[in-house]
Write a protein that binds this ligand. Structure first.
Ligand code: ADP
Ligand code: MG
Length: 301
């Protein structure tokens, strides 16, 4: 794999506090990578690093083999927090169109070509239906799709999405995730999606970067989502349980941590916090160590 994004030994310190600690990983074109970690793990900071918005204390970031300062049009970004005022006089179509200027300052697009490109992107995210609506009046899921089109229209090679599922219900989340997986494949771009729950991404993820406390473990899902790897990452014992095709990461026996609501518990779809308690630990411990299912046709790299 020739890496499209290569992050090597990155440390970030803010006011003397280590926010990222020796983070290294690579991702390649056409791959969808999940960046998983609870609140405060360092996911947004890592995105800011890749975007060149955050200074490094150590390490390096290369995009397509070049230092990140030269990123230019190569990176599309959908930030974690966006708030579009319902009265903002801007149609969904206009917002997507703006994405062309952001990436191509100084280069005028002929208007016919420009319209066609915007149309193509609206279609790719299935947003043609509400293309003429005010963006602020759209639902969270619809706004999300328009913002993805906005990020894609400049033809980035790398697309970063910070917690795109946080404000969506489960079925909308599944739609967005499978849309992104398709875009990654068809347009051969690398997609990096952060989330605090691993389960919605399991069916589509090629690779995972798991973060805890500024540190990261990365690789194929079956290489990373394992009790030994995650225990090392968290610095205390955790168990990885497979329950009906879902993965639960729970603080293990002998750990002082509280099970329910603890950062090591990754709730699955439906936000059932502490679901591991509901299913009864005795019944599922035998499943620990099983690998999460791999989508059909994805050979291990
Ligand atoms: N500008 C900043 N100043 C001080 N602390 C920060 C700043 N940005 C992030 N942090 C801290 O860094 C840690 C990681 O934050 P963040 O990257 O936002 O995590 P995540 O996106 O995974 O929730 C948190 O403890 C946060 O408080
Ligand atoms: Mg964040």
């Amino acid at each position: 794999m020739s890496a499209l994004l290569s992050v090597h030994g990155v440390d970030v310190r803010i006011s003397g506090r280590k926010i990222l600690d020796g983070v290294s990983f690579e991702i390649g074109p056409g791959e969808l990578t999940g960046l998983i970690g609870s609140n405060g793990a360092g996911k947004t900071t890592l995105f800011r690093v890749v975007l060149g918005l955050q200074a490094l204390s150590a390490g390096s970031v290369r995009i397509d083999g070049r230092p990140r300062s030269r990123r230019g049009a190569a990176v599309g970004y959908v930030p974690q927090k966006f708030l579009l005022d319902p009265d903002l006089p801007m149609r969904a179509r206009d917002l997507v169109d703006l994405g062309l200027d952001g990436h191509r300052l100084g280069i005028a697009w002929p208007s016919r070509k420009r319209r066609a490109r915007v149309e193509e992107m609206l279609d790719a995210v299935d947003a043609l239906r509400f293309a003429e609506a005010r963006v602020g009046s759209l639902s969270g899921g619809e706004q999300q799709r328009v913002l993805i089109a906005h990020a894609l229209v400049g033809q980035p090679r790398l697309l970063l999405l910070d917690e795109p599922l946080a404000n969506l219900d489960i079925s909308r989340g599944e739609e967005v995730v499978s849309l992104l997986a398709r875009i990654a494949r068809e347009q051969s771009i690398a997609v990096l999606i952060s989330a605090h729950e691993i389960n919605p991404l399991l069916p589509v993820m090629d690779r995972v970067i798991y973060m805890a406390d500024g540190r990261a473990a990365s690789g194929r899902t079956d290489e990373v989502v394992r009790a030994d790897v995650l225990s090392r990452l968290y610095g205390h014992h955790v168990d990885v349980l497979n329950v009906h095709g879902r993965v639960l990461v729970v603080a293990g026996a002998g750990s002082e941590s509280d099970l329910a609501g603890h950062e090591a518990v990754l709730p699955g779809p439906g936000h059932e916090h502490g679901a591991a308690l509901e299913v009864g630990l005795d019944g599922v411990l035998g499943a620990a160590g099983e690998q999460p299912p791999r989508p059909e046709g994805k050979a291990p790299r």
